[in-house]
Design a protein around this ligand. Structure first.
Ligand SMILES: [Fe+2]
Length: 501
């Protein structure tokens, strides 16, 4: 597809915003509802949001940071959930704030800076949201001109080819200064793919090249990016997919790309009728969970497998067992999309009904027979991460944030390393008053899979502080070997990376 076609396609999304007649309505009651429930439910502090950047602040440290962890731990997440008395209706709507924990011999310093997206600047200038978000169409919103006009750069972050990029999934990546966190502008991979969706879950394999995808819902297009290790060589392709689903993550193996397509399917008519992007998706369980496998060297030769209907945000890893002729993968599976579509909306007005119930699942795709098998593990969890040296290779250990006994609130209270072969879990429970964010492996050079450190953050509700914890990756149950306390509350976020000094 040429550039003009893409532009037309994006304007196809755009013109839809005009279709909705926007009456002169006052702000709705969400902000007031959230505020009313805030005092009785301390965990809501994690969803309150910020109005300004977070200036550099030192953590109070206990224990010693291993020199291998000197560097930057970057995290991203939605951080401005309300503006001018108008509160967004979904956790994924808010403007992205990139956070940096800078680890060094003198200790740890934290800072956070909102990504200055076009939307952030336009909304800030207006003093209220004037651009549509994933799950919110604000009153009197501006017409949508392009996907990047709505880009909030709030989902993840990647370091590749000498650049630090804040990632969304509906539009371009955003270039960030790795030291100051200042916004440098949108990333263009090739002229033909200007403004095209670039997902928040790129995979960097053993060869240092980066694979990613993007979903263009209106056009029913799945785009593929393959970027050389230095970031300069970019190969792109796009394929039409019927009943294109909300796809947040994918996996790579030595020879294949693997996509799980939950039956949460985009319906253009709903968007034309003025629904939000989120509400334009329909749960169609009769489609099952389709699995799309693309050979890396034959992106035009898809293979399809079928799993029972379910919803997925995240895949841990996938790899090929050539001897058995199978692809193995692990993912976090929910029986339906309720948590994604409704549960994460309710939080934004202070409602919590029932637990997020995604559990670990193991899948075997038999490349000979075309059959898919699935096994469920007894871990209610999210944010699966593997040793980054083994992306696309055989792995046995997955790190997750786990829900063990979190009580009547959303989220996770433990960090757990699950051995997929033995089923054994090495777990550290932070406690019921701590909300655990994503943790990641930082490997020790030359050591076997999963050996090194685990690094992650959590919100301590009693101390009203963030905890930055470092574990020996093989001994999580022993507790952190070093921990810093950041005496301020940061909004609960999504994904992060560690970049060594
Ligand atoms: Fe994600």
């Amino acid at each position: 597809m040429d550039r003009r076609s893409f532009t037309r396609a994006l304007l196809g999304v755009a013109g839809l915003g005009l279709a909705q007649a926007r009456a002169q309505t006052p702000p709705d009651a969400w902000q007031a509802e959230f505020a009313a429930r805030r005092a009785a439910q301390p965990w809501l502090m994690g969803f309150e949001g910020l109005a300004a950047d977070a200036a550099p602040m030192a953590l109070e440290m206990q224990g010693r940071i291993p020199p291998a962890l000197f560097g930057s731990f970057y995290r991203n997440g939605a951080a401005r959930h309300a503006l001018g008395g108008e509160r967004y209706h979904h956790w994924f709507d808010g403007d992205g704030m990139l956070q940096q924990y800078q680890l060094g011999p003198q200790g740890v310093v934290h800072q956070g800076r909102f990504v200055r997206t076009e939307k952030f600047l336009a909304d800030s200038a207006a003093g209220r949201p004037v651009r549509a978000a994933f799950g919110t169409n604000p009153p009197q919103a501006e017409p949508i001109r392009s996907a990047d006009a709505l880009n909030v750069a709030n989902t993840s972050v990647v370091s590749h080819g000498g650049e630090l990029l804040a990632l969304w999934e509906g539009g371009s990546a955003t270039r960030i200064d790795a030291r100051t966190l200042e916004t440098r502008g949108l990333k263009t991979w090739t002229p033909d793919y200007t403004g095209m969706p670039f997902s928040a879950h790129p995979r960097i394999g053993r060869d240092g090249s980066l694979w990613n995808f993007g979903v263009s819902s209106v056009q029913g297009l799945l785009s593929i990016y393959h970027v050389s290790p230095d970031g300069r060589g970019v190969r792109t392709a796009s394929l039409k997919v019927a009943d294109l689903a909300m796809v947040h993550d994918f996996a790579v193996t030595e020879r294949h790309l693997v996509f799980l397509l939950p039956p949460l399917v985009f319906d253009l008519e709903r968007m034309r009728a003025g629904q939000t992007f989120l509400a334009s998706h329909v749960w169609r369980p009769e489609l099952g969970m389709r699995v799309l496998v693309l050979p890396k060297d034959r992106l035009d030769a898809p293979r399809w497998f079928m799993l029972p209907a379910g919803f997925v945000f995240h895949i841990g890893n996938a790899w090929e067992d050539a001897r058995r002729g199978v692809i193995q993968l692990d993912y976090i599976r929910s029986p339906d999309a309720w948590w994604a579509t409704q549960g994460l909306q309710d939080l934004m007005r202070g409602h919590y009904q029932s637990a997020d119930h995604g559990a670990m699942a193991l899948v075997t795709l038999d490349l000979q027979s075309g059959q898919a098998r699935q096994e469920l593990l007894p871990h209610v969890a999210e944010f699966p991460r593997v040793d980054p040296r083994f992306v696309g290779q055989r792995t046995q250990q997955v790190l997750v944030s786990e829900r063990v006994a979190a009580g009547p609130r959303p989220g996770y209270d433990a960090v757990t390393r699950v051995d997929l072969r033995t089923g054994r879990a090495d777990r550290f429970r932070y406690g019921t008053e701590v909300m655990v964010e994503e943790h990641l492996f930082v490997p020790r050079a030359g050591a076997p899979e999963g050996h090194g450190w685990v690094l992650g953050t959590a919100l301590d509700l009693q101390r009203r502080a963030m905890l930055l914890s470092v574990f020996d990756a093989q001994h999580l149950a022993d507790g952190p070997i070093a921990q810093g306390v950041l005496p301020r509350v940061m909004p609960l976020g999504l994904h992060g990376i560690f970049v060594g000094a």
